[in-house]
Ligand binder design. Sequence first.
Ligand SMILES: [Zn+2]
Length: 503
Amino acid sequence: MSLTITTTKLPLRTLLSKSAKTCCTIISLAPRRQFFFKSWSRGARVQEEPGWRPAVYGPSRRTKEQVKQRQEQQQESKRAKDQGAAVKDTSDVGHADGKLAKSIMVNIDGDPKVFDTVFLRDSCTCPQCVDPHSKNKLFQTSDIPADFEGSYKAVVDADKGPSIELEWKTDVKGYGPDHRTRHSIDWLRRALNTEVELRAFIRHDDRVLWDKNKIVKDNKWVDYESYMTKDETLFDALTHLNKYGLLFIKNVPDSEQSVVTLASRVGNLKDTFYGRTWDVRSKPKAENIAYTPMFLGLHMDLLYTSNPPHLQLLHSLRAGAPGGESFFSDSFAAAHQLKRQSESMFRTLCTFPVTYHYHHPTYHYHFTRPVIELFPFPKYSEPTNLAIRRVNWSPPFQAPFEARIGSNNSTSLRSFVAASHAYEKLLSAEENLYEYRLNEGECVIFDNRRILHARKAFDATKGERWLKGAYVDDDVFFSKLKVLEEKYEGKWVAEGVVREAVK
Ligand SMILES: [Zn+2]
């Protein structure tokens, strides 16, 4: 498919012009690029700078000449700063086009903020740059010249409100001289906040950790009909599910299709080798312990795959067999408890590799991961902000360890065993377990990367027990949650940062 750039004229938006009251001051910042240290002397180092620390300043001490250059550089940057301040003070509000520059300074909420013109050009959403229907970008970042420059003026856009309009010196190939880019002040503010939050490791996290008492008090039951027909109910349900990792639906129709209908309300179902949906009922010579009437300990599903399912749905179709109670445990809460008990055990579970597998004649899955995964440092996690991304715990599906098995490494294996013992104790502690026996017509939905599930043995000879299950991927779940967040709260969360919905 070839990509053509249309020459559609920009839709005429009402320009309330410069006389309109705008909340922004736009001023020119034409930075003079200076190159220092252009002549690293290879000659004799006379009178090197005193107090030079290689670990801080680099491998070579600077010569007297270089020290002089550095002082000049500092003076120059101070001059540039003062100049910037002068430009700011004498600027005209919303005046005509400014000078061409690589960066521009926009006054947002009283503070001058600098934006790279490459960023502003790259983010252009005009119909020439982003297809209005597909929302696909019609040019590439790599098409923008490296020495890109632009100028700008203040406008009030009919749709976007107070905005800046940018004009480009040498635009991307294929764009005519009439091409303009507009960004609202609200959009610029959001871009700035996002960057600041990402850099400052501010992480939005509204998950609520729970133990038995908390979940008994906070548990949510949602009516099937309301969940299926009202977006408000769905938003409320999915928000709760994201916070607690656990949700119950009642009055679910007695049909094998119901679990599909429930999952489809979130999005596409995740298909696995178990099928698009699967049945949990006992059968002879079962290929999975789940398909027996035996006790099944706390675990997560499909950890032997590279992207295990995020949501798991279990709809109870038949609950005639005595026993078979379900258990749930919040692995994140237990991880926090373990960290308070022993920092070193917590670290062991963050690092020691555990292999999971599904090794059968027709399918052979194999994946290795640590028990606790944190958000990558330093973006989100820091010692004071324990940002657990997910937990991996599925003893029945563990494979032999593949690392640290030799006698030289037995210390780390022994450390892992001790840490996993302590963690297991917390996971299955009476006060951390939530027990519930699903009745017919009820469906539980839980976060398979956080909430462990287990089941007591049941007596298959005295009645039928039949659960119908389905999975939904993380991308699908978070997409739906963002759509609803945007609709009902005017904001959405991605990568741990709250983003205001702005034009
Ligand atoms: Zn454009």
